[in-house]
Design a protein around this ligand. Sequence first.
Ligand SMILES: [Zn+2]
Length: 350
Amino acid sequence: MTNGTRLRALPKAELHLHFEGTARAARWRARQEGRPLPEWESHARAVQAMAGKPLDRLRALLQPIEQPGEDADPEVFEALVGDLVVGKQDEGVRYLEVKFGPQRAFDDWFLERFRRGCERAAAAGADMRVRPLITLNLTRPEVRASLPELLARLEKLAGEGLAGVDLIPEPYDRPPPLRIVAPALERLALAGLGIAAHAGEVNAATLPAVLDLGLVDRISHGVQAAYDRRLLGRVLESGVTLDICITSNVVLGVVASVREHPVSRLALAGVPFTLGTDNPLLLATDMPRELAAGLEAGLLLGDLRAATLAGADVAFLPSEERAALRERLALEWDAAVWREATAAGVGGAP
Ligand SMILES: [Zn+2]
């Protein structure tokens, strides 16, 4: 059995995935029309070969999905959600959180179509819980201008199945003025939404402000803490979990290579983390590849197991569902490893 097949068989919890609606819709439409599928591998390689800073590379990476796409059509959106979840089943994912852009908050059909997309996938054999999140740029002037309306929408969606929000601070490479967004996040937390934030990705500048908020359960990326002893101490003290995406960090030049990724250093320091794909289409990656990258970066199989269970511990789910998910992941993980060991004749099993 190849390493890829082995890693595919392991159960996974993925908490850091952006929907990439425009790219997903373009691929779906090409498939519908029997045209060759858009090829993102060379896009990812071109971004990786760029000379710019990580933030410039990030802009270049996301450029193909800057314009709204066909995913704004409810029918197409539903099909895309179904497609995504079926694909994730194939990768071994058992719990998935999907981050949608802020414009979805104003689409009346958003959660209903999301649910129907998940039902389509379930009918096709997908056996996982899927939860929707919305990303927010709360420091952007145009967002602040319509903040009361946005918060009211999000509070309503919280009652209808939205699991959480993910704050994307702006600026993203300098200390952002996050104190002004604290009251809004407090309101959303009170409405029952989980709060995540992107920080510590392209550099460390956003991390102190996000940690100062004291409202964030999880940090998307956060890997820059590995290079700063004081920040690492603050991350540990805060108890936040980092949702780490190794391929993304390599393509954007946050780290020079998979081998030099600091994820094993973070594991050794005791920082809880999960592994995710970030923008799997544009980065041409998937969860088995991220687990393989984790091993290449120095993680042990036990670290991958811990990262998987951490996904259950910090999932934006009611606490009883978290406990059941943890149990499921642990049982399935150990069963998969046991099957592998007995197939290889290790352990003296019959
Ligand atoms: Zn992200």
